[in-house]
Design a protein around this ligand. Structure first.
Ligand code: Q46
Ligand code: ZN
Ligand code: ZN
Length: 322
């Protein structure tokens, strides 16, 4: 991770990581400090959280969501975790173990929801039954259950572990299509509104590599494997393209996304035409929707009536847009 003999920029102790975009090396202690500082900066700048908030962290068992939960607890926030069993074969079984172990070892509260046990379907079956790409069926299910768990549990904010790489990749995709609607909604904070909790992304100033390093230094075991459904999707290709640019020109990725937030997002504010008025209650679950039934209930209705589909049948079909 770092050249032999490199020294920490702050204390001159042997470095454990080099961060080309900061043009510096760091020891373990000062690397952790830098990560905490970046999270605090994001939280303060975008008014994401206050100490009185009851925080619910969406936890997947991967590095980002466990790291953000860990950092928020360290920073003194009151934060519970939420894990959703998506039924994606071995990937889901293993990810659940990492999420549970993390919570148990630290005495934290983890809420668990199983799509199959509680709603009678899983992501592979939903993909097949609704003829959607798996990530689209998955996203609809996760978003609905995150919102519901946050509101039912009386949480004031829902936190997700989206990092700088994730957000920059989505931004690249939206920019390549000049998708003004998506661009105008690509913000690190979505305020609470009727039927939706406030949603925030405190890791937007930290990269995937930094979050992996955070977990290693802090002794957090996480699921390294990507979801098998993500294989071959455009999002990964965008990440690779941005990494190639970053290698040539360190700091480009952060500038691309963070300067978008500073310079471009304000120009787009108010451009979203997504229906915010005229929402009514879903006839089945009561969630806000434009139709009679919300997207989740439509997916759940079809998928739960379908015979279970093994994960291998729908592998590598790619992810929908966010
Ligand atoms: S879990 Fe679900 Fe992701 Fe897997 S099926 Fe796609 S959306 S890739 S973050
Ligand atoms: Zn140091
Ligand atoms: Zn519904």
């Amino acid at each position: 991770m770092v050249a032999v003999g490199s020294k920490c920029r702050v204390c001159k102790a042997p470095a454990i990581i080099d961060l080309p975009r900061h043009n510096a090396h760091f020891c373990a202690e000062h690397f952790l400090e830098l990560c905490r500082r970046q999270v605090v900066k994001a939280i303060e700048k975008f008014d994401m959280l206050s100490k009185g908030d009851r925080v619910l962290v969406a936890v997947s068992g991967g590095k980002d969501s466990l790291a953000v939960w860990d950092i928020l607890i360290e920073l003194g926030y009151q934060a519970d975790g939420l894990y959703i069993g998506l039924g994606i074969g071995e990937y889901s079984e293993t990810s659940a173990v990492f999420a549970r172990d993390f919570a148990e070892q630290r005495g934290l509260h983890l809420i668990e929801i199983s799509l199959r046990e509680q709603y009678g379907y899983d992501v592979p079956t939903a993909a097949k039954a609704t003829k959607r790409v798996p990530c689209s069926a998955c996203g609809i299910s996760k978003r609905h259950l995150f919102d519901k768990a946050a509101l039912d549990g009386g949480y004031t904010v829902l936190v997700t572990g989206h990092n700088l790489d994730d957000e920059a990749a989505v931004l690249l995709g939206n920019t390549l299509r000049w998708d003004v609607e998506y661009l105008s909604r690509q913000l690190p904070v979505l305020p609470a509104r009727d039927g939706f909790p406030k949603k925030v992304k405190p890791l937007i100033r930290l990269t995937e590599r930094e979050m992996a390093a955070w977990c290693i230094v802090r002794g957090i075991d996480y699921l390294v494997d990507e979801c098998p459904m993500a294989l071959g999707n455009k999002h990964l290709a965008y990440k690779e393209s941005l990494n190639a640019i970053e290698l040539q020109s360190p700091g480009s990725k952060a500038a691309f996304y963070l300067n978008f937030l500073d310079n471009m997002a304000p120009l787009l504010s108010g451009r979203s035409v997504a229906a915010t008025d005229g929402l009514r209650s879903c006839g089945s679950c009561g969630a806000p929707t434009t139709g009679d039934l919300c997207a989740f209930c439509r997916v759940a209705e079809k998928a739960s009536a379908h015979e279970p589909v093994p994960v291998e049948l729908v592998l590598g079909k790619g992810r929908g847009r966010r």
